[in-house]
Write a protein that binds this ligand. Structure first.
Ligand code: PMP
Length: 414
């Protein structure tokens, strides 16, 4: 049985699950959505899970003794268990619902790192990080006198692993890096980098905002200490994200935000924190959104993550080949085997915002700018790029439309 047979996606059938993909963005102009790295579209199953919660079960969780409160609590905790299973976390308590990746990383900065790190301690990051894996560490470094170091990115868009090794020999306390770059698409060798970081005595946090939606990810196999990702990039709703943490670390960490639900007991001048994961979920959480994320992982599981990865590798390989045909286009980042479904490029003499605007008139949604990775753009000496990003519902015909669109842009600018 050939692997390509087992893993092939029925894209036409999949597309029918995403209502927004049938719309037009102008008279006779169908939507071509190539912006899934910013946020993915949502399948009917997710939309229905959320509206069914509001129509039939809506209640606050964990506090009520009535039927709806019990149903809502059960659905919320069942979603936690399903998301845990999706990333192969053995114990659902190691999964904390946050608002998004950004909040998950800030949670670790405010709790574990603030508790464990002191003046002169080093945090090792990389030049390809999203601002959400830079700024929280810059803020904490300023507060606590920490030292930040950065693994450089090679011209080919890969992390320089020789420099990584030598920086590890300086004894960082934390290594924090993205599993997959949202600009270059680079898929970093997390298992290898984590083993080396642990051997050097560091804890490891991975920003999995772009990997969990697009590749099979097994946290226990990768042996990371913390992992952050967002529901909205993986067919789920906005407003819910996840922090995975190794249970013994989470148990030893102080709480993040203070308030209801994160406590066992409160006195006028003191409190006793709740158990993990509730210790980190103060206040009423995004209940319907967590349930929507549960439906999203069911959807992705039914499609099969190895098949999603294989389809995206094919799509991005096709996109790289076709973009290479367009004179003046330069794509940043590595070959398809080492990259997820992202192609960021410059187009000689034409500003990315102009490109995005002219493509939009043809119904093609791409993103232009620094994609929340200004230092990475500085590294390549470009202020901005145009980014096309793909997901399980995209087709090679849509990439053909992108290429035709770019030729039209060129005509307008010539
Ligand atoms: N890290 C990476 C690699 C991302 O692509 C993004 C989203 N663009 C984030 C972090 C932040 O995600 P969110 O805005 O959902 O917090």
């Amino acid at each position: 049985m050939a692997a390509s047979e087992t893993l092939a996606l029925d894209v036409r059938r999949l597309r029918a699950e995403f209502p927004v993909l049938t719309r037009q963005v102008g008279p006779g102009v169908p939507l071509i959505y190539l912006d899934s790295a910013a946020t993915s579209q949502k399948p009917r199953a997710v939309i229905q899970a959320m509206s069914s919660f509001y129509e039939k079960h809506n209640s606050n969780i964990h506090r009520g003794i009535h039927a709806l409160a019990e149903e809502a609590t059960e659905a919320y905790e069942a979603a936690r268990a399903r998301v845990a299973q999706f990333v192969h976390a053995g114990d659902p308590r190691s999964l904390i619902f946050t608002r998004n990746t950004t909040e998950a990383i800030n949670l670790v900065a405010h709790t574990w790192a603030r508790m464990a790190l002191g003046p002169g301690d080093m945090i090792l990051l990389t030049e390809m990080e999203h601002h959400s894996n830079l700024v929280p560490w810059q803020m904490l470094a300023a507060e606590k006198g920490l030292v930040l170091e950065f693994v450089p990115v090679t011209d080919a868009g890969l992390l320089d692993l020789d420099v990584y090794s030598s920086l590890l020999s300086r004894g960082p306390r934390l290594v924090a890096f993205s599993h997959m770059s949202n600009v270059l698409g680079t898929i970093n060798p997390v298992g290898q980098m984590t083993a080396a970081a642990h051997a050097a005595g560091a804890k490891v946090l991975i920003d999995a905002a772009q990997s969990v939606p697009h590749l099979p990810v097994d946290v226990e196999d990768l042996e990371v200490d913390f992992m952050a990702f967002s529901g909205h990039k993986m067919c789920g709703p906005t407003g819910v994200g996840v922090l995975y943490g190794r249970l013994e670390l989470l148990e030893a960490m102080p709480p993040f935000l203070g308030g209801g639900d994160m406590i066992k007991r409160v006195h006028l001048r003191s409190f006793v924190a709740n158990d993990v994961p509730h210790k980190f979920e103060a206040g009423t959480p995004a209940i319907a959104e967590a349930i929507g994320l549960g439906a999203a992982v069911d959807f992705l599981t039914s499609v099969g993550m190895p098949a999603v990865r294989q389809a995206e590798e094919t799509l991005v390989g096709y996109a790289l080949d076709r973009l290479a045909e367009v004179p003046g286009v330069r794509v940043l980042g590595p070959e398809a085997e080492q990259r997820g479904g992202v192609a960021s490029f410059t187009f000689e003499g034409i500003h990315p915002h102009d490109i995005a605007q002219l493509l939009d008139r043809q119904g093609i949604a791409v993103r232009a700018g620094h994609h929340c990775a200004m230092p990475l753009h500085e590294r390549y000496g470009v202020p901005a790029t145009t980014r096309a990003s793909f997901y399980l519902y995209n087709t090679t015909e849509e990439i053909d439309s992108l290429i035709a669109g770019l030729y039209k842009v060129k005509e307008i600018f010539n």
